[in-house]
Design a protein around this ligand. Structure first.
Ligand SMILES: *Cc1c(COP(=O)(O)O)cnc(C)c1O
Length: 429
């Protein structure tokens, strides 16, 4: 009972006339898994609806933002109200400090912050600020981590870069990438060696505290503490890229879960409640290096956009009000889904490594433990593609790549747990 995607295929062909690959972000084209990408018409709660009248249980949540599910009533209302008062002014509004205050309450390490319009901008700007503050040029990142698509961050990046099997990107001059040192994740010795070789040249270490963009990979015990200790020892800044993990693993992100205090934090995804928004923030003395107070330039026509602020305030304040219930609920629902499907795979004789942290998880098609990008890359991506197509056919939409985390929202409940287990049984048989 294959689902028809006739209308979606027509829409894809039309989109391909005007948009490269028919998409505005590469992984949406389903190249890694094959088959046609459904065209979405609308969404509600845990479900997406396509142009062919199909309904899907959503496990990618717009790639992270939709922690409350789609079209959450108080978020919709906040956006509608803000829209009726004007979409953008390019002048300050009270809402910017309102959301900033909520963020600083959730993230004690963030004393001051600046809003931008994407996670890419947040990471790019945080790295520039770290370089400006320290007067150093080199940046350490980790293989398989994704910090947006700015030139210097595309070296050995995860997400779509890993999915397409390209080491970086054409169009990035070697001179631009030469100050980016890409090291294996979960390997403190590699970090120690890099600092020993350039003790006064490294501005910062930027890391996904829990990797989501190579599939889900947890930090080894004391790994983040080790990064904190080494960066402090050499006078470099530690940037935790919490664009995915912020407000997702807990209200205060991975830094709260693992008890590590970074100098700078980048945020995105959930902070905008589904609208384009990101932020970077941290130590006040570092943030005051930004223009207009300091010499590091950073700006944005739509930064702090009133609609994005309204959606962010509605989302974050809901998370604050219902913190315990929400994060406990996500933990138990996601555990039952992630482990449940792994159990179904085992019964079917399929070897699969399940990694999960909170409401982020990945089923890797490998029998090896996945602790870094090299071990993630042992996955059978052809088998993943088959599984993805079978699940989609059974009405469950997983992220269309082995190297992306899946997400659970507060709208996923008992019925949805039953549904995904049933779909997995069908798919594995
Ligand atoms: C998604 C993501 C980014 C990039 O954010 P965009 O809004 O897509 O530019 C950066 N870092 C991490 C960890 C992400 O997950």
């Amino acid at each position: 009972m294959s689902r028809s995607l006739t209308r979606s295929r027509q829409l894809q062909l039309r989109a391909e006339r005007f948009l490269p690959g028919g998409v505005d972000s590469p992984v949406r084209a389903f190249r890694a898994v094959g088959g046609d990408p459904p065209f979405v018409t609308h969404a509600e709660g845990a479900y997406l609806f396509d142009a062919d009248g199909n309904k899907y249980l959503d496990f990618f949540g717009s790639w992270g933002p939709m922690i409350l599910g789609h079209a959450f009533p108080s978020v919709v209302e906040a956006i509608q109200k803000a829209a009726s008062q004007g979409a953008s002014f390019g002048a300050s509004t009270a809402a910017e400090a309102d959301l900033a205050e909520l963020v600083t309450r959730c993230f004690p390490s963030v004393e001051k912050l600046r809003f931008v319009s994407s996670g890419t901008e947040a990471c790019m700007s945080a790295v520039r600020l770290a370089r400006g503050f320290t007067g150093r040029n080199f940046v350490i990142k980790f293989e398989g981590c994704y910090h947006g698509h700015s030139d210097a961050m595309l070296v050995k990046a995860g997400s779509g870069v890993a999915t397409l099997g390209i080491p970086g990107s054409a169009g990035v001059p070697a001179e631009t990438a030469m100050h980016t040192l890409a090291l294996p994740y979960n390997d403190l010795d590699a970090v120690r060696a890099a600092f020993a070789a350039r003790p006064e040249e490294i501005a910062c270490v930027i890391v996904e505290p829990v990797v989501g963009n190579a599939g889900t990979i947890a930090p080894a015990a004391e790994y983040l503490q080790g990064l904190r200790q080494i960066t402090a020892q050499y006078g470099a800044l530690l940037i935790l890229d919490e664009v995915m993990t912020g407000f997702r693993l807990s209200l205060g992100g991975a830094q709260q879960v693992y008890g590590v205090t970074p100098d700078l934090t980048t945020l995105g995804k959930i902070i905008g409640g589904g609208l384009p928004c990101g932020a970077f923030g941290g130590r006040a003395d570092v943030m005051e290096f930004l223009a207009p107070l300091g010499p590091v330039y950073q700006a944005g026509t739509l930064s702090g956009n009133p609609l994005a602020m309204a959606a962010g305030i509605a989302t974050v304040s809901h998370l604050i009000r219902h913190e315990e219930e929400i994060y406990n609920g996500l933990e138990s629902t996601t555990g039952r889904i992630a482990e449940g499907v792994a159990g179904v795979a085992r019964e079917a004789g399929i070897s699969l490594t399940m990694n999960r942290v909170g409401s982020m998880f990945t089923w890797f098609f490998t029998d090896k433990p996945v602790t870094d990008f090299a071990s993630a890359a042992t996955s059978d991506t052809v088998a993943f593609g088959r599984f993805h197509r079978a699940m989609l056919d059974a009405g469950v939409w997983l992220p269309p790549s082995q190297f992306e985390a899946a997400f659970v929202s507060t709208a996923h409940g008992e019925a949805e747990i039953g549904m995904v287990l049933e779909a997995a049984r069908k798919s594995f048989s």
